[in-house]
Design a protein around this ligand. Structure first.
Ligand SMILES: NC(=O)c1ccc[n+]([C@@H]2O[C@H](COP(=O)([O-])OP(=O)(O)OC[C@H]3O[C@@H](n4cnc5c(N)ncnc54)[C@H](OP(=O)(O)O)[C@@H]3O)[C@@H](O)[C@H]2O)c1
Length: 136
C-alpha cells in the first residue's frame, strides 16, 4: 500500500497513518499473533518515518487502546467510541504527532513515551541515515 501510494504522497507532501495498537508496546498474551503483527507495524512505521522524511512524507503511528468496534464486540471492558478515536487521530496528524494516542487509556502513556529513552533512541537511529544512506 505504501509503495503504491508513495509517488502521489511525495508529490502532495502527504501523510501515512498506520493504525497500530497499544499491544505494540506490551504484548497482549491472549492475542500473541496480533501483538506480534502490531509490534512489527510499529517498527515499520519508525523506519518509514526516517526513510521518507526527506521526501516530505510524514509517518504517524496510531496506538489505540480498546475501541468499541466489531473487533471488540465480545469484550466486556471499557472502550472508547470510534468517533472519538477518529477525531483524535485527525487532530494528531494535524498537530504533527509522530505517535498518536487517541483515547483516554492510550493518552495515559503519551507523555512517558514522548519523553522516554526509547523515543530518543529512535531519533538517534534515524540520524544514522544522514551518516550512511541505505536503500529502503
Ligand atoms: N477495536 C480496537 O479495540 C482496536 C484497538 C487497537 C487497534 N485497533 C486496530 O484498528 C484497526 C481497525 O480495527 P477495528 O476495531 O475498526 O476493527 P473492525 O471493526 O473489525 O474492522 C476491521 C476492518 O478491516 C477490514 N478488513 C479486514 N481484513 C481486510 C482485508 N484483508 N483487506 C481489506 N480490509 C480488511 C474490514 O472490512 P470488512 O468490513 O469488509 O470485513 C473492516 O472494515 C485494526 O488495525 C485494529 O487492529 C483496534
Amino acid at each position: 500500500m505504501t509503495q503504491a501510494f508513495l509517488p502521489l504522497l511525495t508529490r502532495s507532501r502527504g501523510a501515512i497513518v498506520n493504525v497500530v495498537s497499544l499491544s505494540a508496546f506490551a504484548a497482549v498474551p491472549v492475542l500473541p499473533a496480533y501483538s506480534i503483527s502490531k509490534a512489527a507495524a510499529f517498527s515499520m512505521s519508525q523506519s518509514l518515518r526516517a526513510l521518507l522524511a526527506g521526501k516530505g512524507v510524514s509517518v504517524h503511528a496510531v496506538l489505540p487502546g480498546p475501541v468499541d468496534t466489531d473487533m471488540t464486540v465480545g469484550l466486556d471492558i471499557p472502550k472508547a467510541s470510534p468517533e472519538y478515536v477518529a477525531r483524535a487521530i485527525l487532530d494528531g496528524v494535524e498537530n504533527g504527532e509522530e505517535e498518536i494516542f487517541p483515547d483516554p487509556m492510550s493518552e495515559s502513556m503519551a507523555e512517558s513515551w514522548r519523553s522516554g529513552a526509547a523515543k530518543a533512541f529512535e531519533r538517534q537511529n534515524a540520524a544514522l541515515l544522514q551518516a550512511a544512506p541505505v536503500a529502503a
